[in-house]
Design a protein around this ligand. Sequence first.
Ligand SMILES: [Zn+2]
Ligand SMILES: [Zn+2]
Length: 344
Amino acid sequence: MKAAYLLGTRSLEIREVPQVPLECGEVRIRIEAALTCGTDLKVWRRGHHARMLTLPSRFGHELAGVIVETGPGIPDWRAGDRVVAANSAPCGRCRPCQRGQQQLCEDLLFLNGAYAESIVVPERIVQTNLHRISDGLDFHAAAMAEPLACVLLGVEELGVEPGDRILVLGSGPIGLLAAVVLRSLGACITVAGRGAHRLGVAQSLGVEEVIPVPVDGDLGGVVSHAKALGGFDAVFEAVGQPQAWEAAVQAVRPGGRVNWFGGCPSGTSVRLDTAWIHYGSLSLRASFHHTPEMFRRALGFLEAATVPVGSFITAEASLSELPRVFDELDRGGAPLKTLIRCGP
Ligand SMILES: [Zn+2]
Ligand SMILES: [Zn+2]
Protein backbone atom coordinates (compact mmCIF):
# COMPACT_ATOMS: atom_id res chain seq x y z
CA MET A 1 0.00 0.00 0.00
CA LYS A 2 1.06 3.61 -0.61
CA ALA A 3 1.95 6.06 2.15
CA ALA A 4 3.49 9.54 2.26
CA TYR A 5 6.74 9.96 4.20
CA LEU A 6 8.23 13.19 5.45
CA LEU A 7 11.98 12.87 5.02
CA GLY A 8 13.16 16.34 6.07
CA THR A 9 12.67 20.02 5.32
CA ARG A 10 10.31 20.36 2.35
CA SER A 11 10.90 16.76 1.41
CA LEU A 12 8.00 14.36 0.90
CA GLU A 13 7.93 10.99 -0.80
CA ILE A 14 5.16 8.54 -1.62
CA ARG A 15 6.43 5.04 -0.82
CA GLU A 16 5.09 1.57 -1.37
CA VAL A 17 5.15 -0.10 2.06
CA PRO A 18 4.14 -3.57 3.27
CA GLN A 19 1.04 -3.97 5.43
CA VAL A 20 2.02 -4.84 8.97
CA PRO A 21 -0.06 -7.45 10.84
CA LEU A 22 -2.35 -6.04 13.54
CA GLU A 23 -1.59 -6.43 17.22
CA CYS A 24 -4.07 -6.80 20.04
CA GLY A 25 -6.55 -3.92 20.26
CA GLU A 26 -5.59 -2.32 16.92
CA VAL A 27 -7.73 -1.59 13.88
CA ARG A 28 -6.77 -0.96 10.28
CA ILE A 29 -8.61 1.88 8.54
CA ARG A 30 -8.87 2.35 4.81
CA ILE A 31 -8.48 6.10 4.54
CA GLU A 32 -11.31 7.72 2.59
CA ALA A 33 -10.40 11.33 3.39
CA ALA A 34 -7.27 13.07 4.64
CA LEU A 35 -7.08 16.84 4.97
CA THR A 36 -4.16 19.22 4.69
CA CYS A 37 -3.52 21.27 7.81
CA GLY A 38 -1.46 24.32 8.79
CA THR A 39 0.42 22.19 11.30
CA ASP A 40 1.51 19.81 8.53
CA LEU A 41 2.69 22.78 6.47
CA LYS A 42 4.67 24.08 9.45
CA VAL A 43 6.25 20.66 10.04
CA TRP A 44 7.02 20.26 6.30
CA ARG A 45 8.74 23.67 6.27
CA ARG A 46 10.73 23.07 9.45
CA GLY A 47 11.46 19.41 8.74
CA HIS A 48 10.74 18.40 12.33
CA HIS A 49 8.29 18.55 15.22
CA ALA A 50 9.70 17.83 18.64
CA ARG A 51 6.56 16.13 19.98
CA MET A 52 4.62 14.84 17.00
CA LEU A 53 7.08 12.81 14.95
CA THR A 54 10.64 11.62 14.29
CA LEU A 55 11.98 11.43 10.74
CA PRO A 56 11.54 9.71 8.41
CA SER A 57 7.89 9.65 9.40
CA ARG A 58 4.50 8.77 8.04
CA PHE A 59 2.73 12.08 7.53
CA GLY A 60 -0.70 13.69 7.90
CA HIS A 61 -3.03 13.59 10.88
CA GLU A 62 -6.60 14.51 9.86
CA LEU A 63 -8.41 11.46 8.58
CA ALA A 64 -11.61 9.45 8.35
CA GLY A 65 -12.34 6.13 6.71
CA VAL A 66 -13.65 2.60 7.05
CA ILE A 67 -12.36 -0.18 9.30
CA VAL A 68 -11.13 -3.02 7.10
CA GLU A 69 -9.61 -5.25 9.77
CA THR A 70 -9.67 -5.56 13.56
CA GLY A 71 -7.01 -7.04 15.80
CA PRO A 72 -7.80 -9.45 18.63
CA GLY A 73 -9.55 -8.18 21.75
CA ILE A 74 -11.93 -5.50 20.44
CA PRO A 75 -15.38 -7.02 19.90
CA ASP A 76 -17.02 -3.57 19.69
CA TRP A 77 -15.45 -2.74 16.33
CA ARG A 78 -16.14 -4.42 13.00
CA ALA A 79 -14.90 -4.30 9.44
CA GLY A 80 -17.17 -1.89 7.58
CA ASP A 81 -17.57 0.61 10.45
CA ARG A 82 -17.30 4.21 9.19
CA VAL A 83 -14.99 5.99 11.64
CA VAL A 84 -12.90 9.02 12.50
CA ALA A 85 -9.76 8.73 14.64
CA ALA A 86 -7.98 11.49 16.50
CA ASN A 87 -4.24 11.90 16.01
CA SER A 88 -3.36 11.31 19.65
CA ALA A 89 -4.41 9.69 22.89
CA PRO A 90 -3.43 10.55 26.45
CA CYS A 91 -2.21 7.94 28.97
CA GLY A 92 -4.88 8.76 31.57
CA ARG A 93 -2.44 8.14 34.44
CA CYS A 94 0.05 11.02 34.59
CA ARG A 95 -0.53 14.16 36.67
CA PRO A 96 -1.84 16.40 33.81
CA CYS A 97 -4.23 13.58 32.76
CA GLN A 98 -5.45 13.17 36.33
CA ARG A 99 -6.02 16.93 36.54
CA GLY A 100 -8.20 16.98 33.42
CA GLN A 101 -5.50 18.35 31.11
CA GLN A 102 -5.08 15.34 28.84
CA GLN A 103 -3.74 17.58 26.06
CA LEU A 104 -0.63 18.03 28.22
CA CYS A 105 -0.21 14.30 28.92
CA GLU A 106 3.40 13.49 29.71
CA ASP A 107 3.14 10.45 27.44
CA LEU A 108 0.81 11.70 24.69
CA LEU A 109 0.78 9.10 21.93
CA PHE A 110 0.68 10.69 18.47
CA LEU A 111 -0.52 9.07 15.27
CA ASN A 112 0.75 10.24 11.89
CA GLY A 113 0.04 8.70 8.52
CA ALA A 114 -3.25 10.14 7.25
CA TYR A 115 -1.76 10.60 3.77
CA ALA A 116 -1.81 6.89 2.98
CA GLU A 117 -4.10 4.21 1.62
CA SER A 118 -4.50 2.76 5.09
CA ILE A 119 -3.39 3.27 8.67
CA VAL A 120 -3.11 1.13 11.78
CA VAL A 121 -4.73 2.80 14.79
CA PRO A 122 -2.98 1.84 18.03
CA GLU A 123 -4.92 0.35 20.92
CA ARG A 124 -4.81 3.46 23.09
CA ILE A 125 -6.39 5.62 20.38
CA VAL A 126 -8.96 2.89 19.62
CA GLN A 127 -9.94 3.00 23.29
CA THR A 128 -10.10 6.77 23.78
CA ASN A 129 -10.36 8.57 20.47
CA LEU A 130 -11.93 6.40 17.76
CA HIS A 131 -15.58 7.15 16.89
CA ARG A 132 -18.22 5.81 14.56
CA ILE A 133 -19.74 8.42 12.26
CA SER A 134 -23.28 8.50 10.94
CA ASP A 135 -24.04 7.45 7.35
CA GLY A 136 -25.06 11.05 6.65
CA LEU A 137 -21.68 12.52 7.54
CA ASP A 138 -19.17 12.71 4.68
CA PHE A 139 -15.70 11.37 5.41
CA HIS A 140 -14.07 14.72 4.59
CA ALA A 141 -16.41 16.50 7.01
CA ALA A 142 -15.63 13.96 9.75
CA ALA A 143 -11.90 14.49 9.17
CA MET A 144 -12.36 18.10 10.34
CA ALA A 145 -12.96 16.81 13.88
CA GLU A 146 -9.25 17.16 14.75
CA PRO A 147 -8.71 20.87 13.97
CA LEU A 148 -12.19 21.65 15.31
CA ALA A 149 -11.40 19.86 18.59
CA CYS A 150 -8.31 22.06 19.00
CA VAL A 151 -10.41 25.17 18.32
CA LEU A 152 -13.11 24.08 20.80
CA LEU A 153 -10.49 23.73 23.52
CA GLY A 154 -9.07 27.15 22.61
CA VAL A 155 -12.50 28.78 22.69
CA GLU A 156 -13.38 27.14 26.01
CA GLU A 157 -10.10 28.33 27.50
CA LEU A 158 -10.65 31.84 26.15
CA GLY A 159 -14.09 32.01 27.79
CA VAL A 160 -16.97 33.55 25.83
CA GLU A 161 -20.13 35.39 26.87
CA PRO A 162 -22.96 36.15 24.43
CA GLY A 163 -22.48 39.67 23.07
CA ASP A 164 -18.68 39.63 23.51
CA ARG A 165 -16.83 41.56 20.82
CA ILE A 166 -14.06 39.22 19.78
CA LEU A 167 -11.18 39.76 17.41
CA VAL A 168 -9.92 36.71 15.56
CA LEU A 169 -6.39 37.35 14.35
CA GLY A 170 -5.68 35.18 11.33
CA SER A 171 -7.79 34.08 8.38
CA GLY A 172 -6.46 30.54 7.96
CA PRO A 173 -8.56 27.43 8.62
CA ILE A 174 -8.08 27.71 12.40
CA GLY A 175 -9.03 31.40 12.58
CA LEU A 176 -12.11 30.83 10.45
CA LEU A 177 -13.15 27.73 12.41
CA ALA A 178 -12.79 29.80 15.59
CA ALA A 179 -15.03 32.45 14.02
CA VAL A 180 -17.71 29.81 13.34
CA VAL A 181 -17.57 28.46 16.90
CA LEU A 182 -17.45 31.90 18.57
CA ARG A 183 -20.41 33.07 16.50
CA SER A 184 -22.40 30.00 17.49
CA LEU A 185 -21.88 31.10 21.10
CA GLY A 186 -23.38 34.52 20.42
CA ALA A 187 -20.22 36.62 20.11
CA CYS A 188 -19.75 39.45 17.57
CA ILE A 189 -16.72 38.64 15.48
CA THR A 190 -14.10 40.70 13.69
CA VAL A 191 -11.63 38.73 11.58
CA ALA A 192 -8.30 40.34 10.68
CA GLY A 193 -6.15 38.48 8.19
CA ARG A 194 -4.59 38.26 4.78
CA GLY A 195 -6.09 37.12 1.49
CA ALA A 196 -9.17 38.59 -0.15
CA HIS A 197 -10.58 35.12 -0.76
CA ARG A 198 -10.20 34.10 2.89
CA LEU A 199 -11.75 37.33 4.12
CA GLY A 200 -14.59 36.68 1.68
CA VAL A 201 -15.09 33.27 3.29
CA ALA A 202 -15.11 34.99 6.71
CA GLN A 203 -17.90 37.28 5.47
CA SER A 204 -19.84 34.33 4.11
CA LEU A 205 -19.63 32.78 7.59
CA GLY A 206 -21.52 35.78 8.91
CA VAL A 207 -18.81 37.62 10.86
CA GLU A 208 -19.63 41.25 11.65
CA GLU A 209 -16.44 42.77 10.27
CA VAL A 210 -13.26 41.89 8.38
CA ILE A 211 -9.99 43.83 8.42
CA PRO A 212 -7.48 43.16 5.64
CA VAL A 213 -3.88 42.77 6.86
CA PRO A 214 -1.11 43.85 4.42
CA VAL A 215 1.09 41.17 2.83
CA ASP A 216 4.01 42.02 5.15
CA GLY A 217 1.79 40.99 8.10
CA ASP A 218 1.96 44.42 9.78
CA LEU A 219 -0.79 44.54 12.42
CA GLY A 220 -0.47 48.26 13.30
CA GLY A 221 -3.73 49.05 11.48
CA VAL A 222 -5.58 46.31 13.33
CA VAL A 223 -4.34 47.55 16.71
CA SER A 224 -5.31 51.18 15.90
CA HIS A 225 -8.75 50.01 14.84
CA ALA A 226 -9.11 48.03 18.09
CA LYS A 227 -8.02 51.00 20.19
CA ALA A 228 -10.48 53.31 18.44
CA LEU A 229 -13.24 50.89 19.54
CA GLY A 230 -11.97 50.92 23.12
CA GLY A 231 -10.49 47.44 22.71
CA PHE A 232 -12.06 44.04 22.13
CA ASP A 233 -13.45 41.94 24.98
CA ALA A 234 -11.25 39.09 23.82
CA VAL A 235 -8.77 38.13 21.11
CA PHE A 236 -8.34 34.67 19.61
CA GLU A 237 -4.85 34.71 18.07
CA ALA A 238 -4.50 32.21 15.22
CA VAL A 239 -1.39 33.40 13.39
CA GLY A 240 1.49 31.92 15.37
CA GLN A 241 3.97 34.78 14.98
CA PRO A 242 5.43 36.90 17.81
CA GLN A 243 4.10 40.15 16.29
CA ALA A 244 0.58 38.68 16.33
CA TRP A 245 0.95 37.63 19.98
CA GLU A 246 1.99 41.21 20.83
CA ALA A 247 -0.81 42.77 18.76
CA ALA A 248 -3.35 40.52 20.47
CA VAL A 249 -2.41 41.97 23.86
CA GLN A 250 -2.64 45.52 22.52
CA ALA A 251 -6.05 44.95 20.96
CA VAL A 252 -8.06 44.08 24.10
CA ARG A 253 -9.89 46.40 26.47
CA PRO A 254 -8.98 46.61 30.17
CA GLY A 255 -10.15 43.34 31.71
CA GLY A 256 -9.83 41.69 28.32
CA ARG A 257 -8.81 38.11 27.56
CA VAL A 258 -6.33 36.77 25.05
CA ASN A 259 -5.76 33.25 23.83
CA TRP A 260 -2.42 32.86 22.04
CA PHE A 261 -3.60 29.88 20.07
CA GLY A 262 -1.03 29.91 17.26
CA GLY A 263 2.28 28.27 18.11
CA CYS A 264 5.24 30.51 17.21
CA PRO A 265 8.56 29.22 15.84
CA SER A 266 10.59 27.76 18.70
CA GLY A 267 13.19 30.08 20.18
CA THR A 268 11.13 33.22 19.52
CA SER A 269 9.98 35.58 22.27
CA VAL A 270 7.62 38.52 22.69
CA ARG A 271 7.80 41.96 24.32
CA LEU A 272 4.89 42.81 26.59
CA ASP A 273 3.98 46.04 28.38
CA THR A 274 3.88 44.96 32.03
CA ALA A 275 2.00 48.10 33.17
CA TRP A 276 -0.74 47.49 30.62
CA ILE A 277 -1.10 43.86 31.66
CA HIS A 278 -1.16 44.77 35.37
CA TYR A 279 -3.36 47.88 35.38
CA GLY A 280 -5.48 46.46 32.58
CA SER A 281 -5.99 43.23 34.59
CA LEU A 282 -5.60 41.19 31.42
CA SER A 283 -6.11 37.44 31.25
CA LEU A 284 -3.52 35.89 28.97
CA ARG A 285 -3.33 32.24 28.13
CA ALA A 286 -2.33 29.80 25.42
CA SER A 287 -3.99 26.57 24.34
CA PHE A 288 -2.41 23.50 22.81
CA HIS A 289 -3.94 20.52 21.05
CA HIS A 290 -7.17 18.81 22.17
CA THR A 291 -8.64 16.36 24.66
CA PRO A 292 -10.87 13.30 24.10
CA GLU A 293 -13.82 15.36 25.40
CA MET A 294 -13.20 18.12 22.82
CA PHE A 295 -12.79 15.55 20.05
CA ARG A 296 -16.20 14.09 20.95
CA ARG A 297 -17.75 17.56 21.01
CA ALA A 298 -16.17 18.43 17.66
CA LEU A 299 -17.74 15.36 16.10
CA GLY A 300 -21.09 16.45 17.56
CA PHE A 301 -20.68 19.86 15.90
CA LEU A 302 -19.94 18.20 12.56
CA GLU A 303 -22.81 15.71 12.86
CA ALA A 304 -25.12 18.68 13.55
CA ALA A 305 -23.73 20.44 10.43
CA THR A 306 -22.83 23.53 12.48
CA VAL A 307 -19.67 23.99 10.40
CA PRO A 308 -20.09 24.81 6.67
CA VAL A 309 -17.45 22.29 5.64
CA GLY A 310 -17.72 23.26 1.97
CA SER A 311 -16.34 26.73 2.76
CA PHE A 312 -13.19 25.16 4.18
CA ILE A 313 -12.45 22.24 1.86
CA THR A 314 -12.40 23.72 -1.61
CA ALA A 315 -9.93 21.53 -3.48
CA GLU A 316 -9.00 17.91 -3.79
CA ALA A 317 -5.99 15.97 -5.01
CA SER A 318 -4.76 12.40 -5.15
CA LEU A 319 -2.11 10.98 -2.84
CA SER A 320 0.50 11.07 -5.62
CA GLU A 321 -0.08 14.82 -5.99
CA LEU A 322 0.74 15.52 -2.33
CA PRO A 323 4.26 16.97 -2.91
CA ARG A 324 2.78 19.47 -5.38
CA VAL A 325 -0.05 20.33 -2.97
CA PHE A 326 2.51 21.25 -0.28
CA ASP A 327 4.53 23.37 -2.73
CA GLU A 328 1.32 25.28 -3.47
CA LEU A 329 0.43 25.63 0.23
CA ASP A 330 3.92 27.01 0.77
CA ARG A 331 3.38 29.74 -1.82
CA GLY A 332 0.21 30.84 0.00
CA GLY A 333 -3.18 31.73 -1.40
CA ALA A 334 -3.98 28.03 -1.76
CA PRO A 335 -7.37 26.61 -0.71
CA LEU A 336 -8.02 26.65 3.04
CA LYS A 337 -7.97 22.87 3.16
CA THR A 338 -7.38 20.31 0.44
CA LEU A 339 -9.01 16.89 0.52
CA ILE A 340 -6.44 14.23 -0.29
CA ARG A 341 -8.08 11.20 -1.84
CA CYS A 342 -5.99 8.24 -0.82
CA GLY A 343 -7.69 5.41 -2.71
CA PRO A 344 -5.71 3.52 -5.35
ZN1 LIG B 1 -4.52 19.51 12.02
ZN1 LIG C 1 -1.04 11.28 30.68
